[in-house]
Design a protein around this ligand. Structure first.
Ligand SMILES: O=C(O)CCC(=O)C(=O)O
Ligand SMILES: [Fe+2]
Length: 227
């Protein structure tokens, strides 16, 4: 199934799911589903993130050391809660779960942020040779807020003047590509600095092809810690 067909199905599935809201945005395809995760699920995920967090990394070289200052946790895919949530996201989008990267948690303390960036990959970057092999382009992003920090930590899309405040359990889903399946620059977004408290989210990125390195018949993961 290609990028366009995946997008058509995701659009249809999201559109048919009760509670899914699609803000009227001309330039990007974005959906919000409140209460996708229960407060108990959020609390359990926060515990897992706290137990296993490491400084977040970037896929591309970036001279700005403050570009992404959060911490990241690759969630244990053998854990039943993680498995269930992963499967629910895939079902909501009608997407083949094999296209998904590992479900990650992110934690931002006071002052931490992820400056404006695109989730799609750039074929002109040095990382592309490998990324092309392990799934190719990133297509859709799903991100859920696990808590509400005291202040700050909104997810902002500066090109379309959209700012989404954290809300516990809320899922935000967007297509990083345009109608033609090409990277959509309007999807530029940032995790704004946390001003008070701590912010936790989970993020799920999907690829155009099954994600991972193929060794014979067995599929192992790529370098999930990298963004
Ligand atoms: O923290 C946020 O609000 C955005 C996170 C994000 O953009 C990402 O992890 O790719
Ligand atoms: Fe992002």
């Amino acid at each position: 199934m290609g990028i366009a067909e995946t997008a058509r199905i995701a659009r249809e599935r999201l559109g048919a799911t009760p509670g899914v809201v699609r803000p009227p945005l001309a330039m990007i395809e974005l959906f919000i589903l409140r209460d996708f995760l229960s407060p108990d699920e959020c609390a359990a995920l926060i515990g897992m993130i706290d137990a296993n967090r490491k400084p977040s990394r970037l896929l591309s070289e970036n001279p700005d050391a403050a570009f992404r200052t959060s911490e990241t946790c690759n969630l244990d895919r053998e854990n039943p809660l993680v498995r269930g949530i992963d499967a629910r996201i895939a079902r909501l989008l009608g997407i083949d779960p094999r296209l998904g990267e590992i479900l990650q948690g992110q934690r931002y303390g006071v002052g931490q942020q992820f400056k404006p960036h695109h989730d799609y990959l750039r074929p002109s970057e040095p990382y592309w040779g490998r990324q092309k092999e392990i799934g190719g382009q990133r297509t859709w992003t799903a991100m859920a807020f696990l808590n509400v920090p005291g202040r700050g930590g909104e997810t902002q899309f500066p090109r379309i003047e959209l700012t989404i405040p954290p809300r516990i359990g809320s899922l935000v889903v967007w297509n990083n590509l345009d109608e033609a399946g090409e990277p959509n620059p309007a999807t530029l977004h940032a995790g704004l600095p946390v001003a008070e408290g701590v912010k936790y989210i989970v993020t799920k990125w999907y690829r155009e092809r099954p994600w991972g390195v193929r060794r014979g018949a067995r599929q192992s993961q790529g370098r999930p810690e990298l963004r």
